[in-house]
Write a protein that binds this ligand. Structure first.
Ligand code: BT5
Length: 333
């Protein structure tokens, strides 16, 4: 059963520019017309704009710019995507941490935690993910794979590529993948991914895939070194992107790819698919493997998801973890 606000929003979204009569909404919800009106008034306070015309009814003319649980759920229901639990929070320390707490509380998987802001958003190796409120997405998907860790090795690449492909296909934004965990546009980072897992003996107990995406929020007030290397989706498709719809759309993209990954962790043709969106292919890069930097030309990935580098002596070597920067420096972007 959907909550009343979700039902109202779903009906209005599906009606598009057409009006929906108050009595139809009231009938669907089993409440009075005054009850519907008062729900709409409450929603107006959270940033929705509804046009109301006598004898015709209501239509939705503006969505809130910030994250809104009932709107995410309405979009999700329209897409027919269920089976993933959804937790929407205005602010949290880190969606990865919240997902871990929910896993520890035996919450059924799969589920996703989506927040409007993070106070302690994290990247890899103790780095920070800048997570201001308004207009960006911070999402963590939780799963219980019960597979050996070796079989989950390239999960971040697979999920990252699925998100990248979706953004290209649905919004025509030229997003690329940068091994191992970034999405970039024209050399600037638009999203970062952080996969964290807990392992029992030889089995992965649970896995959290976190992704932070700069969507519509401005970079005013960001630390200069982060802003200089950051991109936002809204710079490329300002009118078609809606934060809550995008959050809902990404749920079946990630959950679907995760299910496909479990079926087939070494999907034939994946390395070729990767190349189609690979930001590093043919570029001179420096990979920092531990303390030992390796310079070479990137040539995509192998079937295990390792980065293939051709070193100046003409040999090809597979890099399976670490950082990669373009050129010879070690600046991360
Ligand atoms: C990452 O780390 O790129 C992984 C970021 C994962 C963030 C998500 S948000 C939802 C979930 N909850 C969390 O707490 N985390 C995940 P790394 O490769 O270590 O890159 C971090 C570096 O990216 C920083 O040192 C900055 O240089 C840069 N950076 C930080 N915030 C950024 C932003 N909003 N946009 C672009 N670049 C950023």
């Amino acid at each position: 059963m959907l909550l009343p606000d979700v039902t109202i929003l779903k009906t209005l979204l599906q009606a598009g520019d057409s009006f929906v009569s108050g009595s139809d909404l009231a009938k669907d919800l089993g409440m009075s017309r005054v009850g519907v009106w008062s729900r709409l008034e409450k929603m107006r306070e959270t940033g929705f704009t509804f046009e109301a015309v006598r004898h015709r009814g209501y239509r939705l003319t503006e969505e809130p710019a910030c994250l809104c649980e009932s709107l995410v759920l309405a979009y999700l229901d329209i897409a027919g995507a269920n089976g993933t639990g959804v937790f929407v929070l205005p602010e949290i320390d880190s969606t990865n941490s919240e997902a871990e707490r929910l896993l520890a509380d035996a919450t059924e998987t799969p589920f996703v935690v989506i927040a409007g802001a993070q106070t302690r958003g994290r990247g890899r190796l103790g780095r920070k993910w800048h997570s201001p409120p308004q207009g960006n997405l911070y999402m963590s998907f939780a799963f219980r794979p019960r597979r050996s860790p070796g079989r989950m090795q390239s999960i971040t690449l697979r999920l990252g590529l699925a998100v990248c492909r979706f953004l290209n296909q649905a919004y025509a934004i030229p997003v690329k993948v940068k091994w191992p965990n970034d999405l970039i546009i024209e050399g600037k980072k638009v999203a970062g991914m952080l996969t964290e897992a807990r392992v029992d003996a030889d089995r992965m107990r649970d896995l959290v895939f976190g992704i932070g995406i700069n969507v519509l929020g401005s970079t005013d007030g960001w630390p200069a070194e982060v802003a200089a290397h950051a991109a936002r989706l809204g710079q490329y498709a300002p009118s078609s992107i809606r934060l809550n719809r995008l959050a809902a759309e990404l749920i079946p993209v990630v959950a679907g790819e995760y299910a496909a990954y479990l079926e087939n962790p070494r999907k034939p043709g994946f390395a070729e698919e990767w190349l189609a969106y690979d930001a590093l292919n043919g570029r001179e890069v420096t990979a920092n493997r531990g303390s030992e930097p390796i310079r070479g030309t990137a040539h995509g990935i192998d079937t295990d998801g390792n980065l293939i580098l051709e070193t100046p002596d003409g040999r090809r070597t597979a890099v399976n973890s670490g950082e990669v920067s373009l050129g010879t420096g070690s600046v991360l972007f």
